[in-house]
Write a protein that binds this ligand. Sequence first.
Ligand SMILES: [Zn+2]
Length: 318
Amino acid sequence: MGERKGTNKYYPPDYNPNKGGLNKFLGTHALRERARKIHLGIIIIRFEMPYNIWCDGCNNHIGMGVRYNAEKTKVGMYHSTPVYQFKMKCHLCDNYIQMKTDPGNLDYEIVSGARRQENRWDPLQNEQVVPETKETSRRMADDAMFRLEHQGKDQGAADAAAPRLRLLMDRAEEKWKDDYGANCALRAEMRARRTDLKRRGADDAALLARSGGLQLDLAPETEEDRRLARLLTLAPRETGAERLLRTVRAIEAKPALDSALTDATALRRLEDKVAAHKPLALGIKRAKPSSSATASSSSSSTALSTLVAYGSSDSSSD
Ligand SMILES: [Zn+2]
C-alpha cells in the first residue's frame, strides 16, 4: 500500500518540476515506510509462509499461507539468480524466523528460528485419496476411451476395497450394538472422576485458605510429595551456626574447676581450713622451695586432695 502513496495526483502548490519527480521534491522514497531501512539494503515486504513450520520460540504450529511483514535482503547468487533472505517476527512470540530462497530446488530454506513440518511424501504411496490432476480431467473430457479405462480402474479399486470396508462397518456396528452398556461404563467413569475432582477442589481450597489468601492452581499431590513432607518433619530444629553457638555457651557456663570448689560457701570453708593449718600458725617454718620442691608439692597436693574430699563430704552431709 505504501508504494501507492507516491503515485497520487496531489502536487503541492510550491512544486517545481525542474527539481525532478514528486518524491524527489518531497524527499521521500517511492516505497515510503517500507523503504525505511533501504540504507541497510533492506526493504520490507509482505511474506507468505510457503509451508507448515513450527516456531522454535513458542513451539506453535504456523500454517502455510500465514503472512508477515518481513525484511528482505539479498544474501547471494545462485548462478545468475539472486538469493533473498527474509526475516520476520513470530506473531505469537518474540522469536525471529529467517528463511531464504533456494532457487536450485525451487523451494524455501529455513535459516533459523523454526523447523519445517516434513510432509513431502507421495500420497499415492500410502493409498491416500488424491484428487485428479487437471491433465487427467481434461483427457477424460476429451478422450472417451481413456474415460472408459479410467472408470474401469476406479470400479476395480472399489471392488477390491469392498470386503475390507464391510469388515470395518461390521466392527463399528459390533462396537455400538451395546450402546446402553457403553453409556453406563462412560458415565460410571465420569462419576468417579467428578467425585475425585470435587474432593481435590475442596482440599485445595482448604489449603489455600490456610496459606492466607494465595490464588494458585495446585498440582495434584503425589507420593513423592508425601515422602518429602515426612522428611521435612525429621529435619534438624537448629542450623549449624546455632548449634555451634549453643556449644560455646555451654562451655562458657561450665565451671573450670570441680563443682565443690566453685560452690561459694564450700570454697570459703576450705579457705578457713587452709588458714587454720598454716605452717606459720603451727610454728613450723616453711621449707625452701629450691631444696625439695617435688616432695613438698606432692605432699601439699595430697593434703589438698584430702581437704577437698573432706570439704565435699562435709557439704554433702549439710
Ligand atoms: Zn513463536
